[in-house]
Design a protein around this ligand. Structure first.
Ligand SMILES: N[C@@H](CCC(=O)N[C@@H](CS)C(=O)NCC(=O)O)C(=O)O
Length: 283
């Protein structure tokens, strides 16, 4: 792989992976396009002086990354970010399903999600995005639904259960998102107290509804773990960072322990890498 030095000699902005030349992707309209998989800012090693002209060969580890990104389109590829609850949801699904996949980090702090290369696969400029078999799927709950339909895991036992699980995901997007807001405003962005006073009761109400739904039940839908549990838990997992104590809701607390007992389960900071990574649980 080849990279060119940018205007600032101290930094080299290069587009990682096969994306540079050979990763022909399909955009949302079905047109062939070159997908820039991720953008990294790398310090130029001192030995690469300003005088050096011509192509610069990347070190072996970067070449390995490049190779890893030239991949079979049937391999699931998830674009996400370390602190993101929306990214955690599909990652937890994949971990619990023991499915192999490639993780591509999108650095939200550096604004990579708003760069044209990423906007080409996610018009909203947000994580997560899933690419699979030439398809681009965005919105975490749609990704969960897609994964359940295509891989068969955690879809629900009956036709009714499948629809009810999707119903929960839709409700989650309207309601548990308030838990995410309270966490976000507590952890990442200070807001006026009035804003918190607005969102906190909504967050509490959402968790309370889940708690009631779990009365005398192990899982939200039917008798099995489904994408409804993964979708709702995926945002609620961060409730402590928003100052919400999970033990206040005994059914939610017991449910969280059941989830944690599932093979493959991991908490977000243990699961979501801060760098690109290949997950091959059965290799
Ligand atoms: N409804 C979307 C929400 C996605 C979302 O809010 N992603 C956040 C991280 S959790 C993000 O990308 N934030 C960066 C930004 O908006 O610039 C989903 O469920 O996928």
């Amino acid at each position: 792989m080849i990279a060119k030095a940018g205007a600032n000699p101290a930094f080299l902005l290069y587009r990682a992976g096969s994306a540079l030349a050979s990763d022909a992707g399909i955009d949302r309209q079905g047109n062939k396009r070159r997908l820039i998989s991720s953008v990294l800012i790398v310090k130029v090693p001192r030995l690469l002086s300003r005088q050096q002209t011509g192509p610069i060969c990347l070190p072996p580890e970067s070449q390995a990354l490049s190779r890893a990104m030239t991949q079979d389109p049937s391999r699931l590829t998830l674009y996400g970010s370390f602190t993101s609850s929306s990214s955690y949801k599909p990652m937890l699904y994949l971990a619990l399903s023991r499915l192999p996949f490639s993780f591509r980090t999108v650095n939200l702090k550096n604004g990579v999600q708003k760069q044209p290369e990423y906007l080409a696969i996610n018009r909203y400029g947000q994580v997560p995005t899933l690419r699979h078999n030439g398809l681009t799927i965005v919105q975490s709950n749609i990704i969960l639904d897609y994964l359940a339909r295509t891989t068969g895991h955690f879809a629900g036992e009956t036709e009714q259960d499948k629809w009810t699980a999707r119903e929960w995901l839709s409700w989650e997007a309207d309601n548990i998102t308030n838990v995410a807001k309270v966490r976000h405003y507590s952890r990442f962005r200070k807001v006026d107290d009035a804003v918190m006073d607005y969102f906190r009761p909504l967050a509490l109400a959402a968790v309370t509804l889940v708690d009631k739904a779990l009365e005398n039940k192990d899982w939200l839908v039917g008798n099995t773990l489904t994408i409804a549990d993964i979708g709702c838990w995926g945002r609620m997992v961060f409730m402590a960072e928003g100052g919400l104590d999970i033990t206040t809701w005994p059914n939610v607390y017991a449910w969280s322990k059941r989830l944690k007992d599932q093979p493959g389960f991991a908490l977000p900071y243990d699961l979501i890498p801060s760098k690109d990574k290949e997950f091959d649980p059965c290799a």
